[in-house]
Design a protein around this ligand. Structure first.
Ligand code: BGP
Length: 489
């Protein structure tokens, strides 16, 4: 195995899917308290669950909040992001378990509305700052390097309701203040930062296999992205000023796309899908300017962006130090009619007969990961981090309390082998944080039963469970992997 010394093995979570304590110590409600996390960026393919447990389709308008649903539901939501797995009160126990596995790094995010309850305040909530300082200090006790996502879908609800969310340019200023506060307050405790989780979701899933989007949807999506690009670039500049040691990355939802046939129209569509879905955001954030094909993308949907001259300066000055991405699956695109569609949480494509699919229809494809790694390293020549990868699956607790998850171990083994091949081929991969290292609420569906963890959490979708934590077989396996720096698979 070729993993470099100091390789950052670990796991990943997001505040909105694990912290809970949604109204504790001054935290304000976030958009993700009332909608599943994925819906924030990919409004079409998710449902929200009302207090009687009934799923409802998303409303027509992208990013719209179901009318009358939010506060009414908030108090006793059944499948809630806002309860999470109560990491807020269990963090010491959870970090001890991560320490036991030998984690070198832990990816987590900071809840914006815990620091700025409405999002537009000038002064942060001290209790929120205290919480994260305690978490980072606890991580350092175990020599675990925090890897912190500043925004993981959870815009304060107030900003959505009163400003229209990221469509509004004002959000750049609010986010920048939030990011600056994080860099200042956690200086010396955190060195690795990611500005926006899966920033590309906004545009990637607008139109795939039968989903339709209007020109207005495209207009909004590209304008939202422009605001987020500028916000990210400003954050990178501020982060570097506050501490030159800071390493700040982008975070892209990584999917490997294949053409279904060798029909030239499929090959061209595949290239255009990569451009719209994956390269567009990475290119702006890594190269500091809009790519040449952006004009084609905008023209296709009559998009006219509001871009100020100083924005372009910011993009140039605020390029990221590293490229991070999530990777769960590949998908297949075609111009031909497809009847057998399979989907991820946010994506859907044609079935690939060479691959196996998870219970949630995600294609397991480690070779696609190698492909992605080699392609992105060549494109950007920046250190790469895989900050999400994993298999959402059902777990069964045996009578003696043990949990056997060989399927999960197999999945990881294959992906780690693919990473090894990419490293041997020259890729500078520095970190691997598996998604949901501790079971948490699903972003796409709001469920608990779709589990990713090495650590099982007794919280069930029917509201039962005592939140106790236990070790799955994969826990012991991953511990060996880390101890041997990837040799012992
Ligand atoms: C990514 C999100 C995560 C996460 C993961 C798994 O897109 O960044 O927040 O949840 O997908 O998705 P799901 O929870 O739908 O299984």
């Amino acid at each position: 195995m070729s993993f470099p010394k100091g390789f950052l093995w670990g796991g990943a979570t997001a505040a909105n899917q694990c912290e809970g304590a949604w109204n504790v110590d001054g935290r304000g409600p976030a958009l993700t308290d009332v909608k599943t996390g994925g819906s924030v960026n990919a409004p079409r393919l998710v449902t929200y669950i009302d207090k009687d447990g009934n799923p409802h389709a998303e409303p027509e308008s992208p990013r719209g909040i179901p009318e009358g649903a939010h506060y009414a539901v908030l108090d006793d939501y059944l499948y809630p992001n806002h309860d999470g797995i109560d990491f807020y009160h269990h963090y010491k126990e959870d970090i001890a378990l991560m320490g036991e596995m030998g984690f070198k790094t832990f990816r987590m995010s900071i809840s914006w509305s815990r620091l700025f309850p409405n999002g537009d305040e000038e002064v942060p909530n001290q209790k929120g700052i205290e919480f994260y300082r305690n978490v980072f200090t606890e991580l350092r006790k175990y020599n675990i390097e925090p890897l912190v996502t500043i925004w993981h879908f959870d815009t304060p609800l107030y900003l959505e309701e009163h400003y229209g969310g990221w469509k509004n340019r004002k959000l750049i200023g609010f986010y920048t203040r939030f990011a600056k506060t994080c860099f200042e307050e956690f200086k010396g405790l955190v060195k690795y930062w990611l500005t926006f989780n899966e920033i590309n979701n906004t545009v990637m899933f607008l139109e795939m296999f039968g989903n339709t989007a209007s020109d207005e949807d495209y207009q909004n999506a590209y304008q939202i992205l422009h605001h987020q690009f500028v916000a990210s670039a400003k954050a990178v500049q501020i982060g570097h000023e506050i501490d030159p040691e800071n390493k700040i990355g982008c975070m892209i939802c990584g999917i490997t796309f294949y053409p279904m046939t060798c029909d030239p129209s499929d090959i061209l569509l595949n290239r255009h899908t990569w451009e719209q879905g994956i390269f567009y955001c990475g290119d702006v954030q890594c190269k500091g300017k809009y790519p040449t094909y952006a004009k084609r993308l905008w023209k296709e949907h009559n998009v006219e962006l509001e871009i100020l001259p100083e924005d372009l300066e910011d993009l140039k000055k605020g390029t990221v130090d590293m490229y991070s991405f999530s990777y769960y699956m590949s998908t297949v695109v075609t111009t031909h009619t497809v009847t057998d569609k399979v989907g991820g949480n946010f994506s859907a494509g044609a079935r690939n007969e060479y691959l196996q699919y998870s219970d949630w229809g995600w294609a397991t494809d480690p070779t696609g990961l190698q492909y992605y790694l080699e392609m992105m390293y060549d494109r950007y020549e920046l250190p790469l981090l895989i900050v999400e990868n994993g298999l959402g699956a059902f777990d069964t607790v045996e009578e003696d309390g043990s949990i056997h998850d060989p399927f999960r171990i197999d999945y990881y083994r294959q992906h780690i082998q693919a990473m090894d091949k990419a490293i041997q081929n020259g890729v500078d991969l520095i970190a691997y944080t598996t998604w949901g290292c501790i079971d948490l609420v699903s972003a796409g569906t709001g469920e608990m039963r779709k589990r990713y963890g090495f650590i099982y959490v007794d919280k069930q979708d029917d509201g039962t469970g005592d939140y106790s934590r236990s070790r799955k077989d994969s826990f012991y396996w991953y511990k060996k992997v880390i101890a041997s720096n990837g040799e012992n698979l």
